[in-house]
Design a protein around this ligand. Structure first.
Ligand code: GLA
Length: 673
């Protein structure tokens, strides 16, 4: 009896000490937070995303995770984690702005808790949830429905209650090893130009034949219209054509390994940019650190890297070539305009005409940037009140493309306050959706550009306000941004991609929806870093921008291209889908879970199809719903990235095996046979 009692006492002591020992706390900040994906900056360990003490509504917290919407942190649990608790809110460091965000917690992909929309100044909200039986936890911060701007979000005092043997491992499920799919170009010549090129009668004509193959290549052309000449060494066609019409030209390229030819329709008429613009823009790469020297080097690098041989041909200067009131650099200062109101460049751009001549000498075109307000988004001199002089300057310098923003126009939409531009904020965005007042400044510049003695492609950058795709053509624009600024994160690319369908019906030759520039390679807006998109996400980004018929503007440092990035940008079959002369925009015709299937009709009767996996799980399935994609009969399925036929398909009896990585794509062409 005694023995028994002793045993029981011993057992209960052991158990209680076990329980005692087992109850322990693991702080979120003790886990590896670097694997979190977030909209901006780096995950803060016991700090805000800007590296300051975590502060919510004046309350300072010693421990926690400071992040930026859109944010996701995945944690594997092994069943021994009992509880999660935290205090959440927006960090005070963004005082003066209007961030909003929602904190959400998912357990095994089911929503367990949500904070509701939180604003700056809201008291930290407590959360305490049981994790019994949960294997995978996700801490999410969404943008609260107003874009991810200034959303500095804190998981303060975040911790887990665990029992003995608990394991918590953070992870990122998206594969990070780059892999190359684009085959190397053959040594024999191949001409990669689009099938059509448009210019206005009497305008200076410049077209560099893009061709791969060992150099030297000798170029020739049949049926070139009167007024044009071709340099046989460089493949650059110059001159001007006075007579309207469609000229069916045959381009030829020859080297010691062989020869190639390709038809090119030269359309002399009112419409230009008959295929989406392809080139480079300084913003995503250099931001305000841009200079004439860097732009010249980018122009040389476009050639040296071989990108030019695949059709990339614009070199566009973005913001900060003008006087900059907000920048501290003395080279931004000086006079804004001369006595007659003609704009002056800042000292980093000593001679714009010389720069344009240099770029043209390479057979490339040059773009520039301005805003209809008195200030650009970056605080540089805008065109307000001087639109005529600016359009004339662009023409005089030899500019071929203008990106025209909205920034600060909101501040003058009803006139210049007190006749003082300095009273206008650079970031006054209001009013852009007004179909009268919001359209007016774009119409004004559109008219002026058309009066210039050269073709200037006109790109509107007002982020889609007032459904710009419905009226962009009426103001003589060739392309228009549909969404807000892109950044090199998955959330940004995904949200922009998913917002494109609404405008798709308005894409046509000479009118393109612009989902913003590419974020592959070394980007950084002046703070260079490798794109934070994972390789599969980059394939998805390029594939979708191709099928969207989006203007393709590379946003990275062209002097530092790695093999993986070059592989993304030099796939002629991917580019051909984008440059197809029919000018349709691919749209999503089917959604299966997180898989979206985009289809684009091509001129040759084939269909390009992107199977885009927006989910975090691999998609493995046997696909047979070809009807939903408008595909029937016998087909050859060609893998566009690998440039290989992969399947002879009978759409009634057959199926297509899909095996698509998380955040990745399969990009196929279906050709009737
Ligand atoms: C806006 C545009 C960007 C860039 C900057 C320059 O934000 O959307 O693409 O041109 O202005 O300040």
């Amino acid at each position: 009896m005694l023995k028994h009692q002793l045993l029981l006492i011993a057992l209960s002591l052991a158990l209680s000490s076990n329980v005692y020992k087992a109850q322990s706390t693991v702080w979120l900040d003790q886990l590896d937070l670097s694997v979190a994906t977030q909209g901006n900056g780096k995950p803060g360990i016991n700090t805000s995303v800007d590296g300051k003490p975590l502060t919510i509504a004046n309350e300072v917290f010693k421990r926690g995770f400071g992040t930026h919407a859109e944010s996701s942190l995945l944690i594997k649990l092994n069943g021994k984690v009992k509880k999660f608790s935290a205090l959440v809110g927006l960090d005070d460091e963004m005082k003066g702005q209007n961030p909003a965000a929602e904190f959400e917690i998912y357990g095994d992909n089911k929503k367990l808790w949500s904070s509701g929309i939180m604003k700056l100044g809201d008291k930290a909200k407590p959360v305490s949830i049981s994790l019994e039986g949960i294997k995978q936890l996700e801490l999410v911060v969404t943008d609260g429905g107003n874009g991810p701007y200034y959303d500095h979000a804190d998981w303060a005092d975040a911790k887990f209650e665990t029992s003995d043997g608990a394991k918590l491992i953070t992870f990122n499920p998206i594969a990070s090893e780059p892999y190359i799919l684009t085959p190397k170009p053959a040594p024999a010549p191949k001409i990669n130009s689009a099938g059509v090129f448009g210019a206005r009668p009497g305008s200076p004509f410049l077209f560099r034949i893009p061709a791969t193959g060992d150099r030297p290549i000798t170029f020739s052309a049949k049926n070139l219209p009167k007024g044009l000449t071709l340099d046989s060494q460089t493949g650059i066609i110059t001159g001007k054509v006075d007579t309207e019409g469609t000229y069916e030209v045959v381009l030829n390229a020859k080297n010691t390994k062989g020869s190639a030819s390709k038809k090119l329709k030269i359309k002399i008429g009112d419409r230009i940019a008959l295929t989406p613009t392809m080139g480079w823009n300084s913003w995503n790469c250099f931001g305000h650190e841009v200079s004439a020297d860097k732009v010249k080097r980018a122009s040389d690098a476009l050639i040296k890297s071989g990108l030019v041989n695949h059709g990339w041909n614009y070199i566009n200067v973005d913001d900060s070539w003008q006087f900059n009131r907000d920048g501290k650099d003395p080279s931004f200062k000086g006079k804004m305009r001369d006595e007659d109101g003609y704009i002056l460049t800042n000292s980093k751009f000593p001679d714009m005409k010389n720069l344009a001549d240099y770029i043209h000498g390479n057979g490339l075109k040059m773009g520039i940037y301005s805003s209809p307000g008195p200030w650009t988004c970056g605080g540089c001199a805008g065109s307000y009140g001087y639109e005529k002089q600016d359009a004339e300057s662009y023409a005089k310098w030899g500019i071929d493309y203008i990106k025209y923003d909205w920034c600060s126009y909101g501040g003058v939409i009803d006139g210049l306050p007190d006749n003082d531009p300095n009273k206008v904020s650079s970031l006054a965005f209001n009013g852009g959706g007004d179909l009268d007042k919001g359209v007016k400044p774009f119409k004004l510049m559109g008219n002026l550009l058309k009066q210039q003695p050269r073709d200037i492609v006109y790109n509107l950058c007002q982020y889609g306000m007032g459904d710009v795709w419905k009226w962009g053509d009426d103001v003589d624009a060739q392309s228009w941004r549909t969404t807000n600024d892109i950044t090199d994160t998955w959330a940004s690319v995904k949200n922009i991609a998913l917002a494109q369908d609404k405008a798709s019906a308005f894409a046509k030759p000479g009118n393109w929806n612009d989902p913003d520039m590419l974020v592959v390679g070394i980007v950084g807006w002046g703070n260079p870093h490798q794109s934070r998109l994972k390789p599969d996400e980059q394939y998805l980004h390029i594939s979708l921008w191709s099928i969207f018929s989006a203007p393709l503007l590379i946003g990275c440092d062209l002097e530092k291209l790695d093999d993986f990035t070059l592989n993304l940008l030099t796939n002629d079959e991917v580019i051909a889908v984008n440059q197809d002369v029919l000018g349709k925009q691919g749209v999503c015709l089917q959604t299966i879970g997180e898989l979206k299937i985009y289809v684009k009709d091509l001129e040759d009767g084939a269909k390009a199809v992107v199977f885009a996996n927006f989910g975090r799980e691999k998609v493995k399935m046997s696909y047979r719903d070809f009807k939903a994609l408008g595909i029937s009969g016998n087909q050859i399925v060609r893998d566009i990235w690998r440039q290989k036929d992969i399947l002879k398909l009978n759409t009634v009896k057959g199926n297509l095996v899909l095996d698509i990585p998380a955040h990745g794509v399969a990009f196929y062409k279906f050709i009737s046979k």
